[in-house]
Write a protein that binds this ligand. Structure first.
Ligand code: HEC
Length: 441
């Protein structure tokens, strides 16, 4: 925020100076004509009844009392949540505001948040009633009703939900739908086919297009290993979809690409509940849209993981590095950095076979509350032998206001007072020109 904040403050100063002679202009910024279109575009996905935002911003009456807080949050670039350094990369799902939009909102708040002419009001955005933004799913799978207690800490809870699919399916779109929204911190749904122990062992070493340079050693306290995370000795499967506070849980694969869901797949829901002070019942779901058309390319899931760090007590800038090498020509689609309460920064470099290095994503102020999946505007081509070098930083000092305990050593663990160095990603393999077979072996 510091760096980005400074930049936007300078941008605002510039705008105000430029706009100074046209004072009347500033006074004429109104909610109906200038501000509502921005809110409808960038805020009301979360700020409407039933969604994660603490207040609705759908109407003037809703928004007016919040004008001062809104000005503050948008000028600081705290809202909408988006943590990537704007200097690095362009993103298909970038929801940050432009400098002009910020200046408009600030001018509106400074002018006393005038309403303006109702005739200028844009139509309210249409939100699907069912809340399935991927369209009506072809299949919906739900966990059994689970009672989230009023308080205390709930360990990660797993549910295994059989799909009973009798044939392979191509998945075009996925939506993970939290039910007791306020009590669901995150959901990761993995797809597990029944693998033989040999297949599990083989996949532990090599995913179709990637190699983990730092192998996870047997006996490590790590559950997450791409493709073969263990659940009571059984593999957890490949991550298929997920949602975290503030994400819409939607993955739509581009035309010509799809995820493969094998017949007989079991879905494993990893549920992270955060009690809200009242007991609630949760029946979260996943919806899948299938396509009959076999894709030109399969979307493969992958992960960059390092699990052997020990963050010393009080250490304010502890660095963990991990590399992932692609063993085929690929196109990288997205990166989802994941650390916990002590995580403060993430940087990713592509290291090409000729040694050239390029920063591809930088999250200078990682915020645990916003688990953001950064989707490349243009999938990133990485020739065979390219690496992704991921670096995460942790602040285990008392200066980190989110730090649950600056006096302890911190290792890999699933609870938020433990840490992770984990990045989920997905990619296409270039050579898959032939349509892959969906036959079961
Ligand atoms: C991805 C979901 C999401 C989007 C998009 C989003 N918000 Fe928020 N907003 C939240 C959540 C959740 C909170 C409460 C937690 C927090 O403050 O971080 C919040 C808090 C706020 C607050 C502080 C409220 C308070 O209690 O003080 C303001 C003001 C705000 N948002 C304005 C906006 C505006 C204006 C936009 C669009 C330009 C926007 N938000 C976009 C989810 C969102």
């Amino acid at each position: 925020m510091r760096m980005i904040g400074l930049r936007s403050v300078w941008a605002l100063v510039g705008l105000v100076v430029a706009a100074a002679p046209a004072r009347a202009q500033v006074g004429s910024v109104t909610y109906t004509e200038h501000v509502a279109p921005i809110f409808y575009e960038s805020c009301t996905t979360c700020h409407r009844p039933g969604q994660v935002g603490p207040m609705s911003l759908l109407t003037y009456e809703d928004a007016r009392p919040w004008a001062r807080a809104i000005k503050q949050k948008v000028a600081d670039r705290d809202m909408p949540p988006w943590d990537a350094d704007p200097q690095v990369g362009t993103w298909a799902n970038d929801r940050s505001l432009t400098d002009d939009e910020i200046a408009t909102i600030v001018a509106w708040a400074d002018a006393g948040a005038p309403r303006g002419d109702m005739a200028a009001m844009p139509p309210k955005p249409a939100y699907a009633d069912s809340q399935w933004t991927i369209g009506e799913p072809d299949a919906v799978f739900s966990i059994p009703a689970f009672e989230v207690p009023a308080d205390g800490m709930v360990e990660y809870t797993y549910f295994e939900v059989p799909t009973n699919l009798t044939e392979d399916k191509w998945v075009q779109a996925v939506q993970v739908m939290p039910d007791a929204m306020a009590a669901v911190h995150h959901i990761i749904v993995s797809a597990r086919t029944e693998l033989t122990p040999e297949e599990v062992e083989a996949r532990r070493r090599v995913d179709p297009g990637i190699r983990l340079d730092r192998e996870i050693l047997p006996g490590d306290e790590i559950e997450w290993n791409p493709g073969v995370a263990q659940l009571e000795g059984r593999p957890k499967g490949d991550s298929l979809g997920g949602t975290t506070v503030g994400n819409d849980g939607v993955s739509i694969f581009q035309p010509g690409t799809a995820r493969l869901l094998k017949a007989g797949t079991t879905l494993v829901f990893e549920m992270h509940y955060t009690p809200t002070g009242e007991p609630v019942v949760d029946e979260s779901r996943i919806g899948l849209v299938f396509t009959d058309e076999p894709p030109d390319q399969v979307v493969w899931p992958g992960a960059i993981v390092h699990g052997q760090f020990v963050i010393p007590p009080g250490e304010s800038n502890y660095k963990v590095e991990a590399d992932l090498t692609f063993v085929k020509d690929v196109k990288l689609l997205n990166l989802l950095p994941h650390s916990h309460l002590r995580g403060v920064r993430w940087d990713y470099e592509a290291v090409y076979p000729d040694g050239r290095r390029e920063t591809i994503l930088s999250v200078p102020e990682y915020d645990f509350n916003w688990q953001i999946d950064y989707i490349f505007d243009e999938p990133l081509s990485l020739p065979k032998g390219s690496k992704i070098h991921a670096v995460s930083y942790y602040d285990n000092s008392a200066a980190n206001r989110y730090n649950p305990d600056p006096t302890v050593e911190v290792r890999w663990g699933e609870q938020t007072d433990e840490e992770m160095m984990f990045t989920a990603l997905s990619y296409l393999i270039d050579e898959e020109a032939e349509k892959p077979s969906t036959q079961q072996q």
